[in-house]
Write a protein that binds this ligand. Structure first.
Ligand SMILES: C[S@@+](CC[C@H](N)C(=O)[O-])C[C@H]1O[C@@H](n2cnc3c(N)ncnc32)[C@H](O)[C@@H]1O
Length: 274
């Protein structure tokens, strides 16, 4: 059986979570004031970076030694200005104490350009200096809290968490380029949430979390990470600031009272801090 906790509130403080009590963090925070999704959410870029700083420091505190923090994020063009969010978030996580471990580039299917078709400018003005590419990529930055003790896991738990080498090789998880289909913005459960595909937390949970361990998603959105954790026999903690997403999360994670294919003994606890 697995245990899940949904905290409705701001992840700038995670005082409901004990020091070094989670074994993986996977999340996608807002991309500053991204058009369509987060227009005017933050009064300034500095205010946004302060939220990222508090979330990085709290993640460092609650993560067990040697474990991994994964942030799906990207640079963002807001009102004609490009913000270097990936570089700034990387620096903030390093300053919070993390080692910078890796960067994966997530490539979406061609034809999916959400924000704008900037490349059209060149077709209207086919001269030098009119080039603005359409973005098909997102970044996934991976950090580690010090060194991991590989001997700390029992033989039984290792066997239970065995990876499928065929899946790893056929889907090219070994590359720094991951091709994954995105969630459509108007999908039923994820409408207006900017959800990531289940494939993203699925890969990281398989790659970095043993059975029985706990994954944290401080920007839970529709609860994708929690759902995948439950499916894979791992515990989860999600934090979401928007109370109106509570029922969507419960539905996605299979705790809405309807019979589901999940283990019926799994538990959910809901904490309101706002
Ligand atoms: C990019 S979405 C996450 C989507 C999620 N990965 C999914 O698959 O559904 C970011 C979420 O963070 C929430 N959020 C924004 N600021 C927050 C904060 N300070 N604390 C907790 N949640 C926050 C937003 O309401 C939004 O639902």
């Amino acid at each position: 059986m697995t245990k899940h906790k949904l905290i409705i509130g701001d992840c700038s403080s995670m005082k409901e979570i004990k020091d070094e009590s989670v074994q993986l963090m996977v999340t996608s925070s807002p991309y500053f004031n991204a058009p369509f999704d987060y227009e005017n959410l933050y009064s300034s870029y500095d205010e946004y970076l302060k939220v990222i700083k508090s979330f990085a420091e709290e993640t460092y505190r609650v993560l067990a030694k040697g474990r991994i923090a994964v942030l799906n994020i990207d640079d963002m063009l807001v009102k004609g200005e490009k913000y270097p969010i990936v570089a700034d978030a990387t620096r903030i996580f390093i300053d919070a104490g993390f080692k910078y471990r890796d960067r994966i580039i997530w490539k979406k299917p061609e034809g999916y350009v959400r924000i704008s078709r900037r490349s059209g400018v060149l077709l209207q003005h086919p001269y030098p200096m009119y080039f603005y590419p359409d973005n098909l990529l997102e970044n996934i930055i991976i950090f580690q809290k010090g060194n991991y003790d590989y001997k700390s896991i029992s033989k039984d738990i290792k066997e239970e968490s065995l990876l499928d080498k065929k899946e790893f090789q056929e889907n090219k998880w070994f590359l720094t380029l991951w091709e994954m289909t995105n969630v459509l913005p108007n999908a039923a459960l994820e409408k207006g949430i900017a959800a990531f595909p289940e494939e993203l937390p699925y890969r990281f949970i398989k790659l970095f979390l043993y059975k029985g361990d706990t994954v944290l998603d401080p920007f839970a959105g529709s609860g994708t990470t929690m759902k995948v954790a439950r499916e894979l026999g791992r515990n989860s903690i999600g934090i979401e600031i928007k109370e109106e997403l509570k029922n969507i999360i419960l539905q996605k994670v299979g705790f809405n009272g309807q019979t589901s294919f999940f283990n019926q003994e799994d538990e959910i606890e809901i904490i309101f801090k706002i």
